[in-house]
Design a binder for this molecule. Structure first.
Ligand SMILES: Cc1cc2nc3c(=O)[nH]c(=O)nc-3n(C[C@H](O)[C@H](O)[C@H](O)COP(=O)(O)OP(=O)(O)OC[C@H]3O[C@@H](n4cnc5c(N)ncnc54)[C@H](O)[C@@H]3O)c2cc1C
Length: 176
């Protein structure tokens, strides 16, 4: 059902895609918006156990859209280095497709908020974190998107650079 990437040599491994999901601090969630218009909205997120976690207000455009159609995709730009003299950009990006679930149970909401706090608020004290999560868990929903398909792509120049920089294999003599 999901498409193959046409330029396979530019495809990133699943491991690299996941590394990008861990280090990125935001991305753009694309949902089926109002009147057939796609709605692409920037969000913070956390990645854990094959899922993306978002915290969202309890009403609004994206929540209405997700209630109508839980299928969504999430795009992250990891690198966008404009190289004017080459009329190009050295890019690296990831797209995750999946279905979302608006978490209703308190323990699920808590789990999602813990993932977000682990990523964004590592230096905060335990007390401050508990206070904030306690307040937030009532004021918002956590949305969980289970990733069904994950792809990453980089500019061909980055592929070439990697090939150039890769250590050359040591030649072993026939005599061992
Ligand atoms: C880097 C970044 C991280 C963010 N992280 C979060 C997050 O973790 N959680 C969260 O809830 N929100 C986050 N936001 C804000 C988010 O983009 C939305 O504005 C917010 O979630 C409200 O969405 P909504 O569909 O409920 O808004 P609504 O007010 O219901 O949207 C109504 C209309 O307002 C316009 N609109 C809404 N948001 C934006 C926007 N960001 N830019 C331009 N037009 C807009 C659109 O035309 C939309 O159709 C983040 C924004 C940025 C840029």
């Amino acid at each position: 059902m999901f498409r193959e990437m046409r330029r396979k040599n530019q495809k990133l491994s699943q491991e690299v895609c996941e590394r990008i999901l861990h280090r990125a601090t935001s991305g753009v969630l694309a949902v089926s918006g109002d009147d057939g218009y796609p709605y692409a909205v920037p969000l913070s997120f956390a990645f854990a156990d094959g899922c993306l976690y978002f915290h969202v207000a309890k009403s609004g455009h994206k929540l209405d859209a997700l209630r109508r159609n839980p299928k969504a995709s999430f795009c992250i730009i990891d690198q966008d280095q404009v190289v004017p003299q080459e009329y190009t950009t050295y890019f690296r990006s990831v797209i995750a497709f999946g279905s979302v679930r608006i978490l209703e149970k308190e323990e699920d909401t808590r789990r999602g908020l813990d993932h977000l706090a682990n990523k964004y608020c590592t230096n905060e004290t335990r007390e401050s974190r508990e206070r904030e999560i306690g307040a937030l868990s009532k004021a918002l929903y956590v949305v969980e998107m289970r990733i069904a398909h994950l792809t990453g792509k980089q500019a061909k120049e980055l592929v070439e650079e990697r090939t150039r920089c890769a250590p050359t294999e040591k030649k072993t003599s026939a005599k061992g």
